[in-house]
Write a protein that binds this ligand. Sequence first.
Ligand code: HEM
Length: 458
Amino acid sequence: MPPEKTAQSSQTIPGPKPSPILGNILDMRQGEVFEILLEFHKKYGDIVLLELPKNQYVYSIASPDSIQHVLQMNNQNYTKGERIRIASPLVGNGLFSSEGEFWRRQRRMMQPAFHKTKIAVLAEEMVRTIEEMLDEWEKLAGIGKPMNIQTEMMALTMEVVTRTLFTSSLTPEEVAELGEQITFLLDVITERSQAIFPIGEKLPSARNRRFDKGVATIDKIIYRLIEDRRKSADKGDDLLGMLLEARDEDTGEMMDDKQLRDELVTMFLAGHETTAIALSWSLALLSQHPTVRRRLQAEVDTILGNRLPSAEDFNDLQFTLAVVSEAMRLYPPLPLTLRQAKEDDILEGYPIKANSGIFINIYSAHHNPDVWENPEGFDPERFLPDRIKDVPRFAYVPFGGGPRQCIGNNFALMESVLALSMINQRYELDLIPGTDLEPYMPGTLRPKGGVPVIIRKR
Ligand code: HEM
């Protein structure tokens, strides 16, 4: 914990000593922001101050109270900030990046599509997609050939998001093209967002030209899709169908093509990689903890036996959900998210200056020894109802919190629980001995080098 709670000057907030002109810029090694912030939290406590040149300040926060303050209690004072504009060429004014009244209107219009009852309808498509993947695995089971489970999970969640957003309105070639372009564009955006001196995007380089071409390809596919669906009498019961029919309850307004495009790309992007990462870590951890795996298998055998799951089984698969929850505590797929203060504020007694950046350090919050017993241990039982009720709400924020909490959390948890239960119903995955699962953060928090496993039938 920081030593001084009543400090009145930013100088008294713990943090590395800044140099007079460059501040802490030399402490921020390019591409290693995540690793550096972890070091600082270990050294300086729950709130860390970093100074940048020209009197700019960045705070990194990891206590439940400070996170609750920024995301919920005083959320009106904290915007997503200028840096989010780096993603604008791809996501436009979609829900993740929009602000103010416009964001509020969009969120109100989209929220019903993510209600638990709607997710239950989408669960059928999820189960079908997972089953097709597991049928493919039959060929690999028992022949001892390594498989990278992270690649498999990326392909699975991409397929799930494509089918639940657009059903079968895209050709397989378009799906492949969309996936390839989005992956590339996301890599470039991550690079740009981590650059300390953001000038690379303005250069007429081949990579930047490919970026523009990628955006144009995505636009062409998505606009074609929207046009076809608008012409059709049946709007469909996938997410696109729901968004096409969504109306602002006050004005009756509907989304125009540009806004629909931005929301679809946002969901495609936000909805697949994060879930794939949560599943990859869950499966890796299960392989490393055979007792936990046996308990999960026992739950699946009791609840499902040999039948396929449905949305109704979600509430009964409590231990399976606890495994994903604990995997996301240890390795939150989005370990950092950023805000910018509009005006001066006081955070846990410390002054925050207007325009400062705030890193919500989800990873450090999830490993905070003041909150979590044995924070580095893998213990899914801590998420069972009678134990998790004692943990402060904002100590565990894999989906963020407050008004801007992830809109897809129920979707992601349903998909994860269905996939984990179905995988463990049929197969056992064993990590290749000697695999080092070191986390790294090229945007999301992935296991470096993937998760190589050998697969066996149960
Ligand atoms: C395990 C999977 C997922 C994780 C860990 C995750 C994490 C997050 C987090 C931390 C935020 C808040 C960011 C912030 O406050 O700055 C967020 C927002 C968002 N997520 Fe997710 N997400 C996941 C799955 C999904 C899925 C499946 C979808 C859609 C199908 C989705 C769509 C969104 C959108 C649209 C937002 C912006 C919401 C708003 O600002 O109103 N996410 N997500």
